[in-house]
Design a protein around this ligand. Sequence first.
Ligand SMILES: *Cc1c(COP(=O)(O)O)cnc(C)c1O
Length: 462
Amino acid sequence: MKYISTRGNAPDLTFEEAMLTGLARDGGLYVPETVPTMTPDQIAALAGLSYEEAAFHVMRPFVGDAFTDDEFRGIIARAYAGFRHEARAPLVQLAPNHFLLELFHGPTLAFKDFAMQLIGQLFQFSLARRDERVTIVGATSGDTGSAAIEAFRGLDNVDVFILFPDGRVSDIQRKQMTTPDDANVHALALDGDFDDCQAALKDMFNDFDFRDGVRLAGVNSINWARVLAQVVYYFTSAVSLGAPYRKVSFTVPTGNFGDIFAGYIAKKMGLPIDQLVIATNQNDILHRTMETGAYTKEGVTPSISPSMDIQVSSNFERALFDAYGRDGAAVAQLMDELKQGSFAISQGAMEGLRETFASGRASEGETMATITRGYTAAGQVYCPHTAVGVKVAEEHLGATPMVTLSTAHPAKFPDAVEKAMGQRPGLPPHMADMMDKPERVTRVPNDLGALQTLIKDRIANR
Ligand SMILES: *Cc1c(COP(=O)(O)O)cnc(C)c1O
């Protein structure tokens, strides 16, 4: 299995190389050269398997000969051992044809644990075998950072630096990043917003001297291995609801487009997905793009669903690559135009995108109202991201069962939830003492040179 760049101008890599690399050297994102398919019989055979065993069957064709079957099963087993629900990704019914897929039973209470815990184990295995070290730098709007820290803390071959926008993550998100006391964990509060963090990260990757000097590796949602890990729960949930004999739809609270892109891959693999609905908050670049065909940056307005507060959506590039018939030069040109703030998507490409994706948007008021209604009507407590999904899903209900992805535990966003339903959601017991632990964090300016110096110094002094 080979991986190619969406901009058509970087070396082809194996699964392991693509995973350790993250962003391609031409600025593009790695995608599999061909997407392996599963037959209806193979999909049906997933019914009743453990999450781990289903994950093995869904992901195996993508990893090529990187691992033996036993090694890969071991990696998956270790990745999900810390989850606090036997089913890993349980389904809950909300209404006659509406289901919630709970993706928050991992160590940091958000769906990003599904990908990050796996990537931690994959890195550990690969780096030990190659006798190599890497520096992981991640940018986070909140949940990626803590998930990365939980996945890599204490590992010998990895230093992990997480950039987050100072003052723009919730207290719990910040505590999750700043309270782990492992020497290889570095939480950096950047003076800027999430897009500044993401831009700093991209610049570091594009500075090849720095990149090679510190052996930079990326675990942001652009990392293909993360997308792959997320494909699994589309299969397990759809099979629980009758796939491959019955179609299933999904609504996905969306920011960087990694999670919903995994659903798109599941569909390409043969899972009978009817609608794939992009749900955005007021930072709605994707919804506007689906409506108008123009992908136009606007400023970020902080919302009560901060993990979806984005100006540009990195993984959308992967969908564009397919919509443009896998023409890397065309994608590179669009991304170049985006530097001026906007690009127009061709009519043919838009038709392709609209065939696969629907979209909707929830305002802050609608999100709050959905949390209130979920609690009074069904006793459900939604985090604000999930509430955005539920609201948009309700606009797309039909004859096909709809699964809304519940991307975080409500206790990660207690202020908004308390305001909406009059009660403060409690942290699970195993995390109750986190708020009292001392924090370790370094405030950094939005300045590439200063960041690079800090990272080099920290590694040298470890
Ligand atoms: C990251 C995140 C999202 C958005 O996922 P993308 O893959 O970036 O689209 C939604 N909800 C929560 C809670 C998240 O942490």
